[in-house]
Structures are given as C-alpha cells and as structure tokens.
Design a protein around this ligand. Structure first.
Ligand code: ATP
Ligand code: MG
Length: 309
C-alpha cells in the first residue's frame, strides 16, 4: 500500500469519566472513500471533530499528509475540508453568497474565488439555484451546496459527517457521484453514514461501537469474515418453520421476511444438511439460492455481540 494520507493511533476522547472514543487506530489510503459506520452515539462525530481540530483529543496521535495532525494543525488546515453533521450554511444568504463567504474564510479572493465558486456550483449541480436563499433549498440541494462549500479550497482530505442523512435515494446517488468526482480530483474522503447501501460502496469501512473499533476492512472481506451463510425459505406455514429453524444449534438467527424465513446459518453446517433436517421434521418449503451475508447482518451481529459481552 502507498503512504497513507491519514494515520490515526490510539485516538481517545473522554468527557469527564465517560469515554466517547476509545483507543481508535486506522489509516486512510490516497484516493480512498473510507466509511465510518456505527449506531447513534458510537463516537463517529467526536472522532471527526478531533481530526478536524475542533476538539482536543485526550490521548492518541494522528499524522496527515506527512505532518503531525495535532501539533502542526495550522499547516494542515488549508489542506483539509470538513462538512459537519449540522449544516453550517447561512440560511438567510443565497447559495452563491454562501460559497463566496466560505471561500473567503479559506483565503480565496478575486478571480480565483469566482472561478472556484462557479466550478463547484456546476459540479454539484446547483448552478440553477445559485441565487436562491439556502433556506428555500431541498435537503438534497442543501447538502450538495455544503459539499461545494467544504471543497472550494481543493482540500486533499475531506471529512463528511452524515452528508446524506434525510436525502432521498436518487439525490443520494447524485451526492455519491459528486464524491467520486472529488476522488478523481485527488481527494481522499472519510464519510460517516447510517445507510448500509452507502457503506457497501466505500473502499474500506471502520465499524465503531461504544467508541471502539469493532471491525475494519473492505466491505466484502468483512462480510466474508462473518463466517455464515444466509438462506431464504418460502413456506405456507412460515411461523412453524421459523420455530423449527431456531431450534437448530447452527442457526444463528431466523427472521420472518414476508412469508419467508430468513436464516443466518453458521459456516459449520452445509445449507443442504439444514434443509434435510427440516424436511425430516415434516416441514415443506421452497429454498431460494443461498446468499452472502449483508452489511446489515454484520451490523446486527456486532451490536448483539456487544450487548451479550
Ligand atoms: N461535548 C460533549 N460532552 C459530553 N458528551 C459528549 C459530548 N460530545 C459527544 N458526547 C457523547 O459522546 C458520545 C459519542 O457521540 P458522537 O456524537 O460522537 O456519536 P455519533 O457516532 O456521531 O452518533 P450519531 O450517529 O448519532 O451522530 C455520545 O454518547 C455523546 O453523548
Ligand atoms: Mg454523529
């Protein structure tokens, strides 16, 4: 792998005697879209806020673009961009006025400012809204304007905290296309999301729970590492089938999905062996082809595991 653009070691943040982020270590490779996944309160925003210099860490180190992120923050600020979870746009200014304002904060002025604003307005597909007040925009438009504002100075590392929350699937896709363009420009992106479809599109993921890193890697590797198979059985007597499946020791979970039973099966038992056992008990059903577990399976698994631990 190349030299990471960001390398975090043992990052920790305490609020009084509560530890919001605990001993977090990960790195981000050049040109990567790196996803942060975890339930509410997991510590995602707190981590991002420390990396953006908004919040002081209690412990840990971080290097970004070859410099110490915490002691050389002033040298790095202009090379990083941040879109916070709560939009920082000024709602009583127009879209273009907002971008000129934020560009000014980054030190852009004159012709350079005008051309960067125009470039981003087009790229984020909000050119037609340039003279509208931010207060009048839809959520999807507003989020794309916020992304434009965070990237006017062409940062090399971009932190996006839940940029697509409340955005419909079509506009969400538009937002991800814009992120792909930013990566093509040479940016590396850390993005938090609650959307598992989005998480699946990330190059790598960190799954955080209670401030700790629970799983880390490529989405596909993480799903494979779950070591289980997912089966869907269609049956008229689906409730009986669900109970029968739950009695099998290798069945990790059996949930109803319409008139089907969705079974999560340990890798220690072949699916055919399970089907044979259920048939031997007198159950009739139609088995759909086995699937790979989804990120949702991973998510549920980790949360349940943490609860019982
Ligand atoms: N300034 C603060 N003072 C005290 N506790 C805080 C502070 N900021 C965050 N916390 C706590 O730290 C924990 C992590 O919060 P954080 O906002 O990082 O979670 P998150 O993963 O971003 O959640 P969400 O998905 O809801 O945005 C929460 O329990 C929160 O209440
Ligand atoms: Mg958050």
């Amino acid at each position: 792998m190349a030299e990471p653009v960001l390398e975090v070691q043992g990052l920790t943040r305490r609020f009084g005697d509560f530890t919001a982020v605990s001993d977090l270590s990960f790195d981000i490779q050049p040109g990567e879209i790196f996803g942060f996944l975890g339930p509410n309160g997991a510590g995602k925003s707190t981590t991002i806020r420390m990396l953006c210099g908004v919040l002081t860490p209690s412990a840990g180190t971080a290097r970004a673009l070859g410099r110490d992120l915490f002691t050389e923050a002033d040298l790095l600020r202009s090379r990083m961009g941040y879109m916070s979870q709560k939009s920082s746009l000024l709602t009583d200014l127009t879209v273009a006025e907002n971008l000129r304002f934020f560009g000014g904060l980054y030190g852009l002025e004159g012709q350079r400012l005008a051309s960067e604003v125009s470039f981003r307005l087009h790229e984020m597909q909000v050119w037609d809204q340039r003279d509208a007040l931010v207060a009048e925009l839809s959520t999807g438009e507003r989020q794309r304007v916020a992304l434009a504002a965070a990237t006017l100075h062409r940062p090399e590392i971009l932190f996006l905290d839940e940029p697509t929350s409340g955005v419909d699937p079509l506009r969400r896709r538009l937002f991800w296309e814009a992120m792909d363009e930013l990566v093509a420009e040479g940016m590396s992106i850390l993005v938090t999301t609650h959307n598992l479809g989005e998480a699946d599109q990330c190059d790598r993921l960190a799954f955080i729970l209670g401030g700790r890193l629970m799983a880390y890697g490529r989405p596909r590797t993480l799903k494979e590492a779950l070591g289980r198979q997912v089966l869907e059985l269609r049956a008229d007597r689906f409730r009986d089938l669900q109970l029968a499946a739950r009695r099998q020791p290798e069945v990790l979970a059996a949930e109803l999905l319409g008139r089907s039973v969705r079974i999560s099966l340990s890798a220690s038992l072949a699916p055919e062996a399970l089907l044979a056992r259920l048939r031997a008990e007198g159950h009739t059903f139609e088995a759909l082809p086995a699937e790979q577990p989804s990120l949702e399976d991973l998510f549920v698994d980790l949360v349940q595991h943490a609860r019982t631990a």
